[in-house]
Design a protein around this ligand. Sequence first.
Ligand code: ADP
Length: 464
Amino acid sequence: DYHIPVSGGIAKEPPMHIVHIAVEMAPIAKVGGLGDVVTSLSRAVQDLNHSVDIILPKYDCLKFNHVKDLHCQRSYSWGGTEIKVWFGKVEGLSVYFLEPQNGMFSAGCIYGCKNDGERFGFFCHAALEFLQQGGFHPDIIHCHDWSSAPVAWLFKDHYMHYGLSKTRVVFTIHNLEFGVNNIGKAMQYSDKATTVSPTYSREISGNPVIASHLHKFHGILNGIDPDIWDPYNDKFIPVPYTSENVVEGKRAAKEALQQRLGLKKADLPLVGIITRLTHQKGIHLIKHAIWRTLERNGQVVLLGSAPDPRIQNDFVNLANHLHSSHHDRARLCLNYDEPLSHLIYAGADFILVPSLFEPCGLTQLTAMRYGSIAVVRKTGGLFDTVFDVDHDKERAEAQGLEPNGFSFDGADPAGVDYALNRAISAWYDGRDWFNSLCKKVMEQDWSWNKPALDYLELYHSARK
Ligand code: ADP
């Protein structure tokens, strides 16, 4: 069993100093869930009175308007170049930005350069050098995915015995799909390793790069930041709401969404999809669900973009087709748009997540925070957080929860249909019941309250 027990006493341990070395951070450099987790886990741990710093590359494409008091602190020479160290505050967190003067992070993007591996390897080494030269003595260095995995072995090879001896390295796998070599090596060199849900930890435990390290490997569920995602305090939605006025708040948000996207202003079941468009996310199931929803006289809004131009093109064609055949009931927005994502979370009745695999998934958690009902495939973190109203009562109760959504097993259209048809029928057949479900899911706690304690327990155990 890879669960980690929660110790009620851990919050009372003396403060630790944790440094994240990462290549994404919401909202200034976010591509997917990794960016959300770096920010929200750090905030939760900091709120428990520990000290947290983040080291990030100073990309030219950072959203600088979200960085407070940014200033250049110093510079150091390393790796054949001068590296400027900038400091600023992001969502209340202290962030050090490394800017090598060789232009390595002035590529206009976070990922997508031919030499990403080399760029991030350089960054990891530069970050350790910065900690060493700056006289930092963190208790924990936390690195993430293939991109900052090199921290684990560079630390052991070059820094552990040279000034950073009390530091321990924790490595988190957000997605095993990418960079398995790096991940395998970090699994070997890190003191503790985690992944982002208990079910995903079991799903990948047989993988050769994981299998020999199960003794130090734990599945800890991600949370969402309830202040960053808060329908009562969200400048992108028209009426603030809590579970008390969820019906009114969501109705206003749905109308605003329909208005903004030029959809028919009607009381129809609205299915939202917010996702990177990649194979992992179940593209064929997404397409099928769009057609099924339209057939059931619902509305569909998809917000997503594809890193692969062929997939992007495919969806552009689908969008053109749908926008003429169903112009008042379907809208595909094929870009990245954070403000629009808020309005969809609030205005949709359902958020569909039909992933083929999903390490944790944040969209279903955010959906619930906004009182939207998750319709998901039973995999990874989706399995751990969504409990089917017809089938998972006991499994939910074992977690102290009530059922909160709809789910399916297969990876074929019949699977999606099974969940989506029940969801849409429930909407048509019993609005009172449906509204009470929305209220109920809003009251479930998918924040970091519990998982942050699990991480503290893990950090603590790494130091023993
Ligand atoms: P992954 O990390 O695999 O992309 P997650 O569910 O863990 O999946 O996290 C996805 C995050 O990215 C969520 O916060 C979601 O709201 C956001 N997101 C995905 N696509 C878009 C988009 N096109 N526009 C805005 N936000 C998006």
